[in-house]
Design a protein around this ligand. Structure first.
Ligand SMILES: [Ca+2]
Length: 440
């Protein structure tokens, strides 16, 4: 469990203890049939943004509910402008999103919604629920996961789309030679193409899949072992699919391999160009030391008009290679190569387009080491991130998050790219004390 999550959990436990003393009904109570609420506070990021995903884990909801019942059908999110769609995806303690949920609150269930944030001032969304059963509500959605269509996208087994995004998830490689480099042998278990606002961010040739560095995504004997992806959720906040590899032999250095189970989960959010790619790695035998990596290239226009943003120790910084540098190639050149934090954004003013990736690695104890940096490669700046995790027990699950995001606007003032690591950090929202109200 990441430290930030532990910290949030403690804050929630303290909050819910304090709240047990309060018995008042607030004047601004949304609906008297709902008997409990808790604020979710989002800090300002310096720029107004819409549709930022907020993910509330089941164990945090359990901490809020305390000893009381919490009707999962009753969960509602009320923002500054009123009710916003929320979605409750259930794993029911299995670690997998289940097709026939138990409609009870389990630690690995997830509640999601999308928040709009002003440039300045904290934003509070209220999470309402009832201790007595209330039925769920349905909301409209533009987000779909579906069987593939289109003659040019044959390398995906499931596709996702909303108004801003079109992407496809691949299952197993079907080619006869799984170890030979070809388009078929790259991208098993990953997104083989990705369009955001009609810009292609992944796909088109062998290596341009997302995410690069996910397990068993490139040529090797294991890439035929992926199952076919299956849809796991369909709106209103996000639609999702999952693909699993039940047992693969993972090279762990030297001539050694370790048997692991891998699941990739892909989520497309309804209102924005945001894709969340999740990787769950479960060793089937203990692993003393495992190195994981991720890379994402940002190619730049030849005129030197595009800017790449990242941060070093939380301090955002940008670089804009000049046209002559791009012509010669950025390989080995500073400042395009160096240490930075595990995210990168690219501004393309000519296209009024800004896209980014944020990597949240699998580190879970002090001994685990993270590293991130960038390197120049031809006309691209590449984010390179990863970690080395040690002493992983059989059955322990490592979890990595890969975000891919785009905004159709000019972020040339630098405020939006600089806000991205905060907007997509695991502790975006902080829960406050539970309040009692309604007709209890
Ligand atoms: Ca459940």
């Amino acid at each position: 469990m990441p430290y930030t999550m532990i910290a949030s959990l403690l804050a929630l436990l303290i909050g819910s203890t304090v709240s047990a003393l309060g018995q008042t009904t607030e004047p601004g109570w949304w609906n008297a049939r709902w008997t409990r609420r808790a604020p979710l506070t989002l800090a300002p990021s310096g720029v107004a943004v819409e549709g930022i995903p907020v993910i509330i884990h089941g164990h945090l909801l359990q901490a809020l509910a305390g000893e009381e019942e919490l009707s999962v059908g009753s969960l509602r999110v009320i923002g500054p402008q009123g009710e916003v769609p929320c979605q409750f995806d259930e794993c029911d303690g299995t670690g997998r999103v289940v097709a026939a949920p138990n409609h009870r609150l389990d630690a690995d269930d997830e509640l999601t919604f999308q928040a709009d944030l002003p440039a300045r001032g904290e934003t509070t969304y209220w999470l309402y629920w009832s201790t007595r059963p209330l039925p769920p509500v349905s909301y409209p959605s533009d987000c779909r996961v579906h069987e593939p269509f289109g003659p040019t996208e044959t390398l995906s087994d499931l596709q996702f789309h909303n108004r801003q995004v079109f992407t496809g998830l691949r299952g197993p490689s079907r080619g006869p030679e799984p170890t030979q480099a070809s388009n078929d042998t790259h991208g098993a278990g990953t997104l083989t193409f990705l369009y955001m606002y009609h810009e292609r961010l992944a796909g088109g040739d062998w290596g341009r899949k997302f995410p690069r560095g996910a397990l068993f995504w490139q040529p090797g004997p294991e890439i035929k072992k992926w199952g076919f992806p299956r849809p796991i959720a369909q709106g209103p906040v996000r639609c999702g699919a999952s693909v699993t590899l039940d047992e693969g032999n993972l090279p762990i250095g030297g001539d050694q391999t370790a048997r692991v189970r891998v699941e990739h989960r892909v989520w497309l959010f309804d209102r924005s160009a945001v894709v969340l790619f999740e990787e769950f790695i479960t060793p089937l035998e203990p692993i003393a030391r495992l190195s994981l990596e991720f890379s994402c290239p940002f190619s730049l226009g030849p005129q030197g008009e595009d800017t790449v943003w990242s941060s070093v120790g939380g301090q955002a910084a940008s670089c804009r290679p000049a046209a002559e540098q791009l012509t010669r190639g950025l390989d080995g050149l500073r400042p395009f190569s160096g240490v930075n934090d595990a995210w990168m954004a690219r501004q393309q003013p000519a296209r009024r387009f800004l896209d980014a990736t944020v990597y949240v690695g699998a580190t879970r104890q002090a001994e685990d080491q993270q590293s991130a940096g960038s390197r120049g490669q031809g006309q691209s700046v590449v984010l390179v991130a990863g970690e080395t995790v040690t002493n992983i027990a059989a059955g322990e699950t490592l979890y990595r998050r890969f975000w891919r995001i785009a905004f159709s606007r000019d972020g040339a003032d630098g405020l939006l790219p600089a806000a991205i690591p905060q907007l997509f950090s695991p502790d975006l929202a902080t829960a406050g004390a539970v309040e009692k109200g309604g007709r209890s």
